[in-house]
Design a protein around this ligand. Structure first.
Ligand code: NAP
Length: 298
């Protein structure tokens, strides 16, 4: 297949592009700046794509967006996080719909943040979205794909959990503190964490591209979410380090502001109902063995 990827320079996109190329697909990186051969320019502010460089594509994976965990949520960052999701996705989808031969399938990133903070509730694709900034962003992000659906493109809104890999994302951020024995639960530690290994996420994206029965919201999370307390203990065990220093909620709020409540102290206990029903098999279903494997690799 000829597959376009937005956000191909990111933590997920870079690894996805490499995996798809290894499987002999042709990958077109849709980048905001000139990214050389095998790429095409797109402008999230207008939705315009360099159509000549894009050519006819079979599929597109849309991962681009301002990094949510990239720093305190100033007014400007909040605006950038929101603008780069709902409105940018809608513009991209209008352009896709107007192509002479639109792609057959769009896998568009979304996130479990769409559920807001849900305590112990078991969540799946049928559960309604929640409240708060990330839930609003998630709702607009998914709604932004409507022009693609209207044009007959099969759209999968992949509600992604915390993506785990040693070389980036949340785990790479946590590692230094935990390696120094300074890791600990966040707040009460009772909040649920829905996670997925990066390897399983890439496989799930490929699966979504190739599975015609999948459309609409699809959770990309392992079938075994854990509480933050369990996550902390498993990470300490994998590193053979103590995890006795909790980070109190007030300290996290001081350090990270509003982001602390939305990202670190809020929980979602989500189940990958659609993926499992469609026959997807996780290579990394359990957290303990996943962390041990990820951390034993260099
Ligand atoms: N990592 C996770 O744990 C996780 C969890 C849930 C959901 N997600 C979602 O999955 C997607 C990929 O995640 P990731 O971890 O790979 O993200 P990432 O490393 O932050 O990469 C995102 C990419 O988006 C592009 N981008 C950055 N700022 C942008 C902006 N203001 N407007 C438009 N594009 C922008 C960049 O690509 P170019 O410079 O090449 O354009 C960047 O490489 C994101 O949408 C993220 O929200 C990730």
């Amino acid at each position: 297949m000829r597959i376009a990827i937005t956000g191909a320079s990111g933590f997920v996109g870079k690894a996805l592009a490499a995996r798809l190329e290894l499987a002999h697909h042709t990958v077109i990186r849709l980048a905001r700046r000139d990214a050389g051969p095998g790429s095409a320019r797109w402008d999230p502010a207008t939705g315009e794509i360099d159509r000549a460089a894009l050519g006819a594509i079979d599929a597109i994976v849309h991962l681009a967006g301002e990094n949510v965990a990239g720093g305190r949520w100033s007014t400007r960052r909040r605006q950038a996080i929101a603008d780069s999701r709902g409105p940018a996705t809608e513009r991209l989808c209008k352009t896709l719909a107007s192509l002479p031969t639109p792609p057959r399938v769009l896998v568009s990133a979304s996130a479990i943040g769409i559920y807001g903070d849900r305590a112990d509730e078991l969540l799946d694709e049928q559960s309604p979205p929640g409240r708060g900034f990330l839930a609003d962003v998630g709702r607009a992000w998914e709604a932004g794909t409507a022009p693609a659906t209207a044009a007959g493109i099969r759209v999968v809104n992949l509600r992604i959990g915390m993506v785990l890999d040693r070389h980036g994302g949340a785990l790479a951020k946590m590692l230094p503190a935990f390696q120094f024995g300074l890791g600990g639960r966040l707040g009460s530690g009772r909040q649920w964490m829905s996670w997925i290994s990066r390897q399983d996420l890439l496989a799930a994206i490929e699966f979504a591209l190739n599975t015609p029965s999948l459309r609409g919201p699809v959770l990309a999370v392992s079938p075994h979410p854990v509480t933050n307390r369990e996550f902390t203990a498993e990470l300490g065990r994998a590193l053979r380090r103590p995890t006795v220093l909790p980070a109190p909620a007030f300290a996290l709020r001081l350090l990270f502001g509003e982001m602390a409540d939305a990202l670190l102290l809020a929980g979602q206990r989500a189940m990958p109902k659609q993926l499992t029903a469609a026959g997807f098999v996780f290579s990394h279903p359990e957290l303990g063995s996943t962390l041990r494997e990820l951390l034993s690799r260099q």
